[in-house]
Ligand binder design. Structure first.
Ligand code: G
Ligand code: MN
Length: 247
């Protein structure tokens, strides 16, 4: 981290109906000086075990704030960026203050910042109060909050509703077997329920036209997946955004 060997990649979230960008997720990559790019799947668990994951979360967050501040200063069109937040933050009282301070140091409007928490963070009833409290603080400070990998863990829609999150990110595993009518029905009912609960919906990991053709008939619009773009390094993402917005 001291050498800034970790890089922030951005993956666009795109509206199916307009083809325009609605936001992006910041995703970290490790550019090892000898070994090259290393996948987060390999180093995130190590940082989780060593208690350093919160530091990396903040590192990514600060990079994103700098990126947002530059866009704001150049009067470019703005959209929210989501940042992954490890559950460990929630056990520390007032953890959000540091996040508020960093955004304010760069003058970033909090509307453009969204925190992603994985669904598995909700496991363990004794943790619910702290997480709910953290999410309340996010709202008081004008940030938004989404549930990542929704559908992989064992939480229910009623629990995420109680936690008062704003957005559900449907895990890609829901959309791998759409030839199966039962899978279609499951996805359709979950999307309908999320809409009833007035939760925002983002569909993750969409790669094929067939998946898009199915989703076009459902009550959802925003897609994050290789179909539109892989996560891109900052400069390439800037170019992608310029081209997308001028279409
Ligand atoms: O857990 P989270 O949803 O934050 O992880 C996002 C990860 O999913 C990233 O590492 C990203 O590279 C990967 N990803 C994003 N879109 C796709 C996709 O369309 N297909 C596959 N297989 N992986 C994807
Ligand atoms: Mn995520």
């Amino acid at each position: 981290m001291k050498n800034h060997d970790f890089l922030v990649y951005y993956q666009p979230k795109v509206s199916m109906s307009t083809g325009k960008i609605k936001g992006a997720e910041a995703l970290v990559r490790w550019n090892h000086p000898e070994k090259g790019l290393i996948s987060p799947a390999l180093f995130i668990p190590v940082l989780e075990d060593s208690g350093n994951i919160s530091k990396l979360d903040k590192y990514v967050y600060e990079d994103v704030c700098i990126w947002l501040a530059n866009r704001q200063k150049s009067n470019k069109p703005m959209f929210p960026i989501s940042i992954n937040l490890s559950r460990n933050h929630f056990w520390k009282d007032n953890f959000l203050k540091e996040y508020v301070d960093i955004a304010d140091k760069y003058g970033v409007n909090h509307d453009y910042i969204e925190f992603e928490i994985t669904e598995t963070a909700f496991m363990g009833e004794e943790k619910h109060k702290k997480i709910k409290d953290g999410i309340r603080q996010m709202h008081e400070n004008g940030f938004r909050c989404s549930v990542d990998d929704f559908g992989v863990g064992y939480s229910s829609l009623s629990l995420v509703h109680e936690m008062d999150v704003d957005i559900l990110k449907f895990d890609r595993s829901f959309f791998l077997d759409l030839e199966d009518e039962k899978s279609q029905k499951l996805v359709r009912s979950l999307i309908n329920m999320a809409n009833e609960l007035q939760l925002g919906i983002i569909i993750e990991g969409i790669e094929t036209q067939d998946q898009i053709d199915f989703l076009k008939h459902e009550k959802c619009d925003v897609i994050q997946g290789y179909f539109y773009s892989k996560p891109l390094p900052e400069k390439e993402f800037d170019k992608w955004v310029d081209e997308n917005l001028s279409k």
